[in-house]
Design a binder for this molecule. Structure first.
Ligand code: ASP
Length: 426
């Protein structure tokens, strides 16, 4: 389905990325950093604004139709529990990978000047506050402020309401479905702008920061990318093969367009429509996708968790601090909680890093060390976050297939191995 949108879009995005890096280096050599900041950056910002504008209606309408199409509460509960177990266990694995690889790599980190760092951390809310804040006190405020967890809560309540109201809610549901189609059309239009936006976003980053900043942080960036690769190329394909009975190669190929989009847009929520189409193309169930993907884009962040673990070890090393085992366990627990609170938008993971650093008594100012290259961290972590959401959807979808086959709801006798090419799922 994504092919219908634009078959060569992932290639165009990566080409734009490469050209943007080259242009950034040229601009820097010519001393045109200001030009890149003043004239190119705003085009990228317009694109990111448009993404933010469209994600709220997309998440709301797709999640409501996802809940309603699951039809009964028991089914929603089972799918919800499976999804959460998948999210939390794979995020825990990602954190262990992050901590182990960082501890192996920390000897290679360059010593950086930490004496005059300044970073003002945003105020962090406690765990209890995070839970309380999931429940909105107003219908419209969460939409105006894009508070994603509250929007998901609203979608769940409206979805339950529609199921219980039965036939009387049919016109309302038809209206929601129609809104969803309209928003998807708008979203597809915005997605077409991605290559230009990527070029305009990456050029100023390279022009302003130059290769030096990349050089001094090269090893920590490399560490993060090694971990992203381990989780994305080994853990998720293995999990979808074992639990979802999907050929890993087909899975990687099928999820590639979403990865490319996430990598360049650095927004899991903005990638939602592409993820949906990838899942449908691989034969995943639309109803499961409408439920699991928006939830995942809001709370499932294995890439962000890896980034936080890697940065904690890096910042500790820069300050000459050796993290103890209990501190590392604390990082695992806090980073899982932080990932729930991290919005699927550009740069959100860096804000939540403050909470993880504070939990183990590391200096929050250390964030200034990695802030300059956050976008480069963010590209990989968002790609991995989206990979995780798609894996969860495919696995949960497979369990639904098995369940239906057992109940004899489906005509076929066997659950076919997904080919990723020719099944429609529903
Ligand atoms: N950009 C990430 C995402 O959208 C969140 C983060 O900054 O870690 O998934």
């Amino acid at each position: 389905m994504f092919k219908k949108l634009n078959e060569s879009l992932p290639l165009q995005i990566f080409t734009a990325l490469g050209l943007g890096i080259i242009a950034g280096l040229v601009f820097m050599a010519l001393g045109w950093e200001d030009f890149a900041q003043t004239y190119l950056n705003p085009i990228g910002t317009i694109f990111l604004n448009l993404l933010k504008f469209i994600v709220v209606p997309i998440v709301l309408t797709s999640m409501i139709s996802g809940v309603v199409s699951l039809q009964d509460m028991k089914k929603i509960r089972t799918i919800g529990i499976r999804t959460l177990v998948f999210f939390f266990s794979t995020t825990a694995i990602a954190l262990v990978i992050g901590l182990v690889v960082s501890n192996i790599m920390k000897g290679t980190y360059a010593t950086l000047e930490v004496s005059d760092l300044a970073y003002e951390a945003a105020e962090q809310s406690s765990f209890i506050d995070t839970i309380v804040n999931i429940f909105p006190s107003n219908l419209f405020q969460p939409m105006a402020e894009s508070t994603m967890l509250q929007i998901i809560c609203i979608a769940l309540f409206i979805g339950f309401g529609i199921i219980v109201a039965g036939e009387k809610a049919d016109p309302f549901m038809t209206w929601i479905d129609s809104c969803y189609e309209v928003f998807m059309v708008i979203m597809r239009g915005i997605i077409k702008m991605t290559p230009i936006a990527v070029f305009c976003l990456i050029t100023p980053v390279v022009a302003v920061n130059g290769p030096q900043v990349l050089g001094s942080l090269a090893m920590v960036l490399l560490t993060a990318y090694i971990c992203y690769a381990l989780q994305g190329l080994l853990v998720y394909p293995a999990v979808v093969t074992v639990l979802g009975r999907i050929n890993p190669k087909k899975f990687l190929k099928g999820a590639a367009p979403a990865f490319a989009f996430a990598f360049s847009s650095t927004s899991s929520i903005g990638t939602l429509p592409v993820s949906m189409e990838c899942v449908e193309d691989m034969g995943g169930r639309k109803a499961v996708a409408s439920f699991v993907l928006p939830l995942g884009a809001t709370i499932n962040m294995s890439g962000t968790a890896i980034y936080q673990a890697v940065c904690c070890v890096f910042i500790a090393t820069c300050y000459g601090i050796n993290l103890t085992l209990p501190q590392m366990i604390t990082i695992v627990v806090t980073a899982i909680l932080a990932s729930i609170g991290t919005a699927g938008t550009p740069g959100a993971g860096m804000i939540m890093l403050a909470m993880v650093l504070q939990s183990v008594g590391l200096p929050v100012e250390g964030i200034a060390l990695v802030a300059g290259v956050d976008r480069i961290f963010d590209m990989g972590r968002t790609g991995l976050n989206v990979f995780g959401d798609i894996s969860a959807t495919m696995v949960v979808s497979h369990y639904e297939d098995v369940r239906e086959a057992r109940q004899g709801n489906r005509v076929q006798e066997e659950i076919p191995e997904r080919t990723g090419e020719d099944e429609s799922g529903e």
